[in-house]
Ligand binder design. Sequence first.
Ligand code: TYD
Length: 209
Amino acid sequence: MKKGAFIAFEGLDGSGKTTQFNAIMDKLSKLNITCKEEREPSDHNPIGLMIRDIVKGTHGIAVSPISLAKLFSVDRYEHVVNDIKPFIDNGGHVLIDRYIVSSFAYQGLSCSFDEIYFYNKDVIKLLMPDLTIFIDTAPAICLDRINKTRIEKELFDDKGIALQQKYYEAIDKLKHDANILTIDGNQPLDLITNEIWKAIEPYMCRYQQ
Ligand code: TYD
């Protein structure tokens, strides 16, 4: 069966990840390459919506890190089974803003690598990215951008340096399973977009319908 490509974008909040994600989606659309756009936490199942409330602190009640790690993995499983995998198995491409490496980085602040791996084992069996783009931007730049663009604080806003370290550790362990490519996020935006495009293009062509 001809399968579509599955490509994940990763990075700290404020790293420019979503800007680059949108730039690549734009490029694909201009080239008439159809690609489904997804993000995590998911935004069309109840678990993802609940997680969004938790990280925003909407209810003012904290959730334990272990429960949060489990919620992220359950959201991911639902998302993969219901939306992503059927689409890819039908030959469609999917670009996703955050996937499993985010859990190893963010939940890695409180849980061990093995715990997170265990919570995600069903997803790992089902679907790993063909390519993961990690946009590595200095935490101070990320924090500055967050402060300029967002009024409300979120759960992980002030954890940039620790998160970057956790990303590095996760990348070291998962670089082959998730095929992770690190891109210097401190460069001018268009240079970053070009680098990402160079990496992604072969996957899009290889699987082109
Ligand atoms: P974010 O990418 O900011 O969502 P959006 O830009 O669509 O609003 O993700 C929300 C937060 O969730 C962000 O701080 C990272 C965190 N997160 C985790 O802690 N673990 C995960 O597995 C994922 C996917 C996200």
